[in-house]
Design a protein around this ligand. Structure first.
Ligand code: COA
Length: 200
């Protein structure tokens, strides 16, 4: 995601509507039950670990360490949400205690009527294509709408086909192209698309 230009609600979402009891023969939902919690500076270390897991392997990735993540969360207008999920049935629980753990995140920075997505990611191991990014983004958009935000923007590497497809599916349009927006330590550069959508 981009470099650093860089309340309280607790919301549980489930794969099926809460008013619909599961049919005894229904197959297990592939969508995990998620708890979305607001991100605070106290989450900096956990978010740094999650960010590394989400972006490792992308050539334009630069780690956001705990200190850096704390600075991002302390930016004026910074807001964020973390998606917590219980371990999948059958998953090994190292300490014998099955607690919800972070599997996805969204960090934004608001400025008046606008918000920029600073980062969005979902753990790659077992958690992608299960609607987690869609859920956390929709949750963040709802909160931003209630704060009076009317437009959301982001930059995404054009080579990041999954993310471009994700944002397109979520209603974002390509607004422009930024040449060489991302660069690696060795100097290789990658173009980015600026994408955005209106919330009202
Ligand atoms: C992009 C990313 C956040 C998507 O997270 P996710 O939880 O797997 O996405 P969802 O399951 O909510 O996908 C919603 C829709 O987006 C689209 N989509 C998501 N991943 C896709 C992929 N790899 N290829 C094509 N379309 C994709 C699909 O339309 C999908 O709906 P479907 O699964 O019903 O077909 C995830 O791949 C990721 O963390 N990537 C690394 C970090 C990153 O690049 N972040 C974005 C830049 S800031």
């Amino acid at each position: 995601m981009s470099g650093h230009r860089t309340r309280h609600c607790r919301h549980r979402t489930h794969g099926r509507r809460p008013d619909m009891p599961p049919h005894p023969e229904a197959p297990p939902s592939v969508r995990p039950p998620l708890t979305i919690v607001p991100a605070t500076p106290a989450h900096a270390a956990a978010l740094a670990v999650l960010h590394e897991a989400c972006f490792a392997g992308q050539p334009w990735h630069r780690p956001w360490r705990t200190t850096e993540m704390g600075q991002v969360l302390a930016l004026p207008g910074a807001m964020g949400w973390i998606a917590l999920a219980p371990p999948d049935p059958g998953a090994t629980v190292s300490d014998g205690i099955a607690t919800d753990h972070p599997v996805g995140m969204l960090l934004v920075q608001t400025s008046g009527l606008d918000a920029d997505i600073l980062t969005l990611g979902v753990r790659p191991d077992r958690w992608r294509r299960r609607g987690i990014a869609r859920t956390v983004l929709a949750h963040g958009e709802d909160v931003l709408r209630r704060h009076g935000v009317e437009r959301i923007f982001l930059e995404v590497a054009l080579d990041n086909r999954a993310a471009v497809a994700f944002y397109t599916n979520a209603g974002y349009n390509v607004l422009g192209r930024r040449s060489g927006y991302y660069s690696t330590i060795s100097g290789e550069t990658f173009d980015a698309a600026t994408m955005g959508r209106t919330l009202v």
